[in-house]
Design a binder for this molecule. Sequence first.
Ligand code: NDP
Length: 249
Amino acid sequence: MTFDLSDQSVLITGGTRGIGRSIVTAAAEAGARVAFTYRSSHEAAEELVASLEAQGVEAMALQGDVAELEAAEAAVASVTDAWGSLDVLVNNAGITRDGLMLRLKEADWDDVLDTNLKGVFNFCKAAYRPMMSQRAGAIVNISSVVGVMGNPGQTNYAASKAGIIGFSKSLAKELARRSVTVNVVAPGYVATDMTDELSDDAREAMLGAVPLGRPATPEEVARAVLFLADPEARYITGHVLHVDGGLAM
Ligand code: NDP
């Protein structure tokens, strides 16, 4: 699959590892100028920018917590100041703080909702005006199969990921008249640092339920994101694209 994001300015939250890093790489390969955010992986961010620049890609790493609106506004301003536009926003940054409801602490709820859901609100809010006035743009938000199907021990995570779907459909309706699309990618089980934390039993149970019988690679998720971001796909909006090996059918 090849995508064409040449002359597009792309901003991806949480680009240093896992799925986000694959989206950064894929967007660069598609010819985009690529900015990405991270929270604490400073060395990984610098190394990624250096390797993109060595390939002739215009790249930018922006430190900040997605849960802070000011960080989102600063990141969007960095992109529009440097490159004149923000054409594609990918809200990828996310965390888990798993536990059965009985033991879940208020802080586990707040951290997950603040990062996963408010983070998406913050970056969409910051991107709203520039994309509206450009009368063009694509927003892709990363949800999860857990937001569609639920999962014991993940009430906080499921709420945040289900929230992303309702949020995105509403924003898609708000921004459609300005030719800005808003879509969701809902991955299933992807092999990253996040799923490395699972116990062997949990991993086996999850894989056993996947009709295709294997985890996704981060690259497979990145290709779905690029498909929705590509200017050729700009008649698709308010859609939830499942990349889950058949889990949620
Ligand atoms: P990783 O844990 O591998 O990477 C998370 C990335 O998000 C890192 O770059 C991290 O930056 C960044 N990040 C986390 N919190 C913040 C924050 N508060 N502010 C800024 N950046 C932050 O995650 P994955 O690649 O596995 O997941 C990416 C997305 O995909 C998440 O939204 C996740 O919920 C979703 N997803 C993942 C699945 C999976 O199986 N892995 C399945 C379904 C959905 P830093 O390195 O600096 O901490």
